[in-house]
Ligand binder design. Structure first.
Ligand code: DAT
Ligand code: MG
Length: 150
Protein backbone atom coordinates (compact mmCIF):
# COMPACT_ATOMS: atom_id res chain seq x y z
CA UNK A 1 0.00 0.00 0.00
CA UNK A 2 1.29 3.49 -0.88
CA UNK A 3 2.48 5.39 2.17
CA UNK A 4 3.65 8.66 0.60
CA UNK A 5 1.95 11.71 2.08
CA UNK A 6 1.75 15.37 1.21
CA UNK A 7 0.54 18.53 2.88
CA UNK A 8 -2.05 20.43 0.82
CA UNK A 9 -3.55 23.70 2.03
CA UNK A 10 -6.32 25.83 0.58
CA UNK A 11 -5.11 29.38 1.20
CA UNK A 12 -7.37 32.21 2.47
CA UNK A 13 -8.31 33.32 -1.07
CA UNK A 14 -9.29 29.77 -2.03
CA UNK A 15 -11.44 29.39 1.09
CA UNK A 16 -13.05 32.83 0.65
CA UNK A 17 -13.84 32.08 -3.00
CA UNK A 18 -15.54 28.80 -2.15
CA UNK A 19 -13.00 26.57 -3.87
CA UNK A 20 -12.42 24.10 -1.03
CA UNK A 21 -14.77 21.46 -2.46
CA UNK A 22 -13.38 21.89 -5.97
CA UNK A 23 -9.82 21.31 -4.75
CA UNK A 24 -10.76 18.33 -2.59
CA UNK A 25 -12.70 16.85 -5.53
CA UNK A 26 -9.61 16.86 -7.75
CA UNK A 27 -7.53 14.93 -5.21
CA UNK A 28 -10.40 12.50 -4.53
CA UNK A 29 -11.06 11.94 -8.24
CA UNK A 30 -7.41 11.03 -8.80
CA UNK A 31 -7.64 8.32 -6.13
CA UNK A 32 -5.73 9.90 -3.30
CA UNK A 33 -6.85 9.34 0.29
CA UNK A 34 -7.69 12.20 2.66
CA UNK A 35 -6.13 11.41 6.04
CA UNK A 36 -6.36 14.79 7.81
CA UNK A 37 -8.45 17.95 7.35
CA UNK A 38 -8.94 21.02 9.52
CA UNK A 39 -10.01 24.64 9.09
CA UNK A 40 -7.31 26.66 10.85
CA UNK A 41 -6.35 30.26 11.61
CA UNK A 42 -2.56 30.06 11.93
CA UNK A 43 -0.68 32.86 13.73
CA UNK A 44 2.35 34.77 12.46
CA UNK A 45 4.89 32.47 14.13
CA UNK A 46 3.32 29.32 12.68
CA UNK A 47 3.24 30.79 9.16
CA UNK A 48 6.83 32.01 9.46
CA UNK A 49 7.83 28.43 10.32
CA UNK A 50 5.86 27.02 7.39
CA UNK A 51 7.52 29.44 4.95
CA UNK A 52 10.91 29.61 6.75
CA UNK A 53 12.89 28.89 3.57
CA UNK A 54 11.44 32.05 1.97
CA UNK A 55 12.15 34.41 4.89
CA UNK A 56 14.77 36.41 2.99
CA UNK A 57 12.54 37.01 -0.05
CA UNK A 58 11.19 40.53 -0.62
CA UNK A 59 7.62 39.18 -0.89
CA UNK A 60 7.83 37.36 2.48
CA UNK A 61 6.02 39.98 4.64
CA UNK A 62 3.21 40.25 2.06
CA UNK A 63 2.97 36.46 1.85
CA UNK A 64 2.57 36.10 5.62
CA UNK A 65 0.00 38.95 5.75
CA UNK A 66 -2.05 37.29 2.99
CA UNK A 67 -1.84 33.89 4.69
CA UNK A 68 -3.17 35.48 7.92
CA UNK A 69 -6.05 37.22 6.17
CA UNK A 70 -8.54 34.41 6.79
CA UNK A 71 -8.93 30.74 7.60
CA UNK A 72 -7.05 28.09 5.64
CA UNK A 73 -8.01 24.48 5.05
CA UNK A 74 -5.12 22.23 6.09
CA UNK A 75 -5.10 18.71 4.65
CA UNK A 76 -2.95 15.63 4.39
CA UNK A 77 -3.36 13.38 1.36
CA UNK A 78 -1.85 9.92 0.93
CA UNK A 79 -1.10 7.81 -2.14
CA UNK A 80 1.34 6.72 -4.80
CA UNK A 81 3.54 9.64 -5.89
CA UNK A 82 1.22 12.08 -4.13
CA UNK A 83 3.85 14.78 -3.54
CA UNK A 84 4.71 15.23 -7.22
CA UNK A 85 1.18 14.51 -8.41
CA UNK A 86 -0.15 17.09 -5.95
CA UNK A 87 2.13 19.70 -7.49
CA UNK A 88 0.90 18.70 -10.96
CA UNK A 89 -2.72 19.07 -9.86
CA UNK A 90 -1.87 22.52 -8.42
CA UNK A 91 0.02 23.85 -11.43
CA UNK A 92 2.92 26.29 -11.46
CA UNK A 93 3.65 28.79 -8.67
CA UNK A 94 2.72 31.57 -11.11
CA UNK A 95 -0.91 30.92 -12.10
CA UNK A 96 -0.45 32.62 -15.47
CA UNK A 97 2.16 29.97 -16.34
CA UNK A 98 -0.18 27.15 -15.21
CA UNK A 99 -2.00 25.10 -17.81
CA UNK A 100 -5.79 24.93 -17.91
CA UNK A 101 -6.87 21.80 -16.06
CA UNK A 102 -4.65 22.62 -13.10
CA UNK A 103 -6.06 24.29 -9.99
CA UNK A 104 -3.98 27.46 -10.35
CA UNK A 105 -4.39 27.39 -14.14
CA UNK A 106 -8.17 27.22 -13.84
CA UNK A 107 -8.80 29.56 -10.92
CA UNK A 108 -6.01 32.10 -10.37
CA UNK A 109 -4.05 34.93 -11.99
CA UNK A 110 -1.54 36.35 -9.49
CA UNK A 111 1.38 34.55 -7.84
CA UNK A 112 0.47 36.20 -4.54
CA UNK A 113 -3.10 34.85 -4.74
CA UNK A 114 -2.53 31.33 -6.00
CA UNK A 115 -5.25 29.58 -3.99
CA UNK A 116 -3.48 26.50 -2.68
CA UNK A 117 -0.21 25.13 -1.33
CA UNK A 118 1.40 21.75 -1.95
CA UNK A 119 4.60 20.30 -0.46
CA UNK A 120 7.54 20.25 -2.87
CA UNK A 121 9.35 17.10 -1.64
CA UNK A 122 8.65 14.01 0.46
CA UNK A 123 10.99 15.37 3.15
CA UNK A 124 9.31 18.78 3.28
CA UNK A 125 5.89 17.11 3.24
CA UNK A 126 6.71 15.21 6.42
CA UNK A 127 8.01 18.41 8.07
CA UNK A 128 4.88 20.32 7.10
CA UNK A 129 2.58 17.50 8.27
CA UNK A 130 4.35 17.53 11.66
CA UNK A 131 3.96 21.33 11.87
CA UNK A 132 0.26 21.46 10.92
CA UNK A 133 -0.92 18.18 12.45
CA UNK A 134 1.25 17.63 15.54
CA UNK A 135 -1.33 15.22 16.98
CA UNK A 136 -1.09 13.02 13.89
CA UNK A 137 -3.47 11.91 11.16
CA UNK A 138 -6.18 9.29 10.67
CA UNK A 139 -5.10 5.73 9.98
CA UNK A 140 -7.67 3.86 7.95
CA UNK A 141 -7.39 1.15 5.29
CA UNK A 142 -9.84 1.94 2.52
CA UNK A 143 -11.89 -0.95 1.13
CA UNK A 144 -11.51 0.49 -2.39
CA UNK A 145 -7.71 0.23 -2.35
CA UNK A 146 -7.65 -2.72 -4.76
CA UNK A 147 -9.73 -0.79 -7.30
CA UNK A 148 -7.15 2.01 -7.38
CA UNK A 149 -3.88 0.08 -7.18
CA UNK A 150 -2.95 -3.04 -9.20
P1 DAT B 1 4.93 27.11 -4.36
O1 DAT B 1 3.77 27.62 -3.54
O2 DAT B 1 4.53 26.84 -5.79
O3 DAT B 1 5.65 25.95 -3.71
P2 DAT B 1 7.13 28.76 -3.42
O4 DAT B 1 7.31 27.75 -2.35
O5 DAT B 1 8.34 29.15 -4.21
O6 DAT B 1 6.00 28.31 -4.46
O7 DAT B 1 6.52 30.10 -2.81
C1 DAT B 1 5.53 30.01 -1.80
C2 DAT B 1 4.48 31.05 -2.06
O8 DAT B 1 5.09 32.34 -2.00
C3 DAT B 1 3.85 30.96 -3.45
O9 DAT B 1 2.82 30.03 -3.52
C4 DAT B 1 3.38 32.37 -3.62
C5 DAT B 1 4.44 33.19 -2.94
N1 DAT B 1 5.43 33.65 -3.91
C6 DAT B 1 6.40 32.91 -4.49
N2 DAT B 1 7.11 33.64 -5.36
C7 DAT B 1 6.58 34.89 -5.32
C8 DAT B 1 6.85 36.11 -5.98
N3 DAT B 1 7.84 36.21 -6.86
N4 DAT B 1 6.07 37.17 -5.69
C9 DAT B 1 5.06 37.09 -4.79
N5 DAT B 1 4.75 35.96 -4.13
C10 DAT B 1 5.50 34.89 -4.39
MG1 MG C 1 6.68 25.87 -1.93
Amino acid sequence: MATERTYIMVKPDGVERGLVGEIIKRFENKGFQLIALELKTPDQEHLEKHYADLSSKPFFPGLIKYMKSGPVVAMVWKGKGVVKAGRVLLGETNPLASLPGTIRGDFALDVGRNIAHGSDSVENAEKEIALWFPKGVVHHDRVIEKLIYE
